[in-house]
Design a protein around this ligand. Structure first.
Ligand SMILES: C[S@@+](CC[C@H](N)C(=O)[O-])C[C@H]1O[C@@H](n2cnc3c(N)ncnc32)[C@H](O)[C@@H]1O
Length: 352
């Protein structure tokens, strides 16, 4: 490695150097076969990736350039690339629905998450959004994530440490209910951006209004229109925020083959709704209060926002413990690989 290379690696943002250069022992590599099927392997010397069509020695990939084509023992070809963040979040261990890459991109841009920003988020779930937020705030920023279930926090920690190859310097995770813990741990008016992905964001209005700086942005990500409506009305009624903006995004892939250029037959039609509002200065009356009548909800309406009613699947403690073990063992395998390559078995996980 040249002097310039080693200097730039030393000063590179956290996790960046691991995403460059030839494939190294312990890295995850995404293999695409000739029919477009993807699988992710963790490079382990002396082991092989087996399919019903032969095997491929990991040693053929260790030291090879990213983007190489490799051949297995019976002549099957594989294209080898590092998984992108969008690949990783869809195949990593998880216990709850993750924020999809298309929505994470919207949250970062429309939430105006910038390098150096001080951000709080809840819940952490499997950590998919935390990874995007950490990339956006960078090493010099601050992300404080709150999660009420310990097993989810463990899954998220494993996933974050896998992608950044260790703890991220800007990340702090606290176990507890966001609305209680954030006001205990953050100074009033000290936070630039709040991002909530949870069942009942309307329960957090007081806490968000306390910690968010004037002009600060609050992004909500909810799965159903009933949650969207209740959150919007609660924000309006509170009066300390701007009129909320809401939208959804749909991404439709395209089939590209010769003259057969058309939309894909299948797509992810619904993930969630996004809503953005901003904190007004103290003592200001929002424009929305001057023109909008307060919406009322009946007792029947209010009883509708249970986890079951909005379609949130109950996740058993057993399933969560298994996902947490998978997430922890992925990072553990990578760490051990660096020290003792003989004792670790390959982890092979499905891509999509
Ligand atoms: C859909 S998941 C979040 C997924 C996550 N954003 C991701 O991209 O992987 C919702 C999470 O919010 C947590 N949660 C719900 N209400 C909460 C609250 N008031 N405080 C902290 N965590 C909460 C749940 O335990 C669950 O893990």
């Amino acid at each position: 490695m040249s002097q310039t290379d080693s200097t730039s690696t030393a000063s590179a943002p956290h996790g960046a150097s691991a995403r460059r250069g030839p494939f190294r022992v312990g890295e995850r590599v995404q293999l695409t076969d000739e029919r477009g099927r993807m699988n992710t392997i963790t490079l382990t010397p002396g082991t092989a990736y087996h399919t019903h069509k032969g095997f491929l020695n990991h040693d053929a990939l260790i030291g090879a350039a990213e983007g190489s084509m490799v051949e297995n023992n019976v002549g099957q070809h594989y294209q080898a690339l590092r998984p992108l963040l969008s690949d990783f979040v869809l195949s990593m261990p998880r216990g709850a629905a993750v924020v999809y890459p298309k929505d994470a991109g919207q949250i970062i841009t429309m939430g105006d998450i910038y390098p150096g920003a001080r951000v709080v988020e809840a819940g952490v779930g499997s950590g998919a959004l935390s990874i995007s937020l950490l990339r956006a705030v960078g090493d010099g920023g601050y992300l404080h994530s709150f999660e009420r279930r310990e097993e989810f926090a463990d899954i998220a920690r494993g996933n974050v440490e896998t992608i950044f190859e260790g703890p991220h310097p800007a990340w702090k995770i606290t176990l507890g209910d966001f609305q209680d813990a954030v006001v205990e741990q953050e100074e009033p008016g000290s936070i630039d951006r709040v991002v909530l992905d949870m069942l009942a964001p309307w329960e957090c209005i007081e806490a968000v209004a306390t910690v968010l700086a004037p002009g600060g942005v609050w992004v909500n990500y909810v799965a159903t229109v009933t949650q969207l409506s209740r959150t919007a009305e609660a924000i309006r009624a509170d009066g300390r925020f701007t009129e909320p903006d809401a939208w959804e995004s749909m991404v439709r892939g395209w089939h590209l083959e010769g003259l057969a250029v058309r939309p894909d037959h299948r797509m992810v039609a619904h993930t969630g709704f996004l809503m953005v509002t901003r904190r007004l200065a103290d003592g200001v009356t929002g424009l929305n209060l001057k023109k909008k009548a307060k919406a009322e909800f009946s007792a029947e309406d209010l009883s509708a926002w249970t986890p079951e009613a909005v379609g949130e699947r109950a996740v058993s403690d057993r399933k969560l413990r298994r996902a947490a073990r998978d997430a922890a063992s992925t990072i553990q395998t990578r760490r051990t690989q660096g020290k003792n390559t003989d004792t670790v078995e390959a982890i092979e996980t499905s891509g999509h």
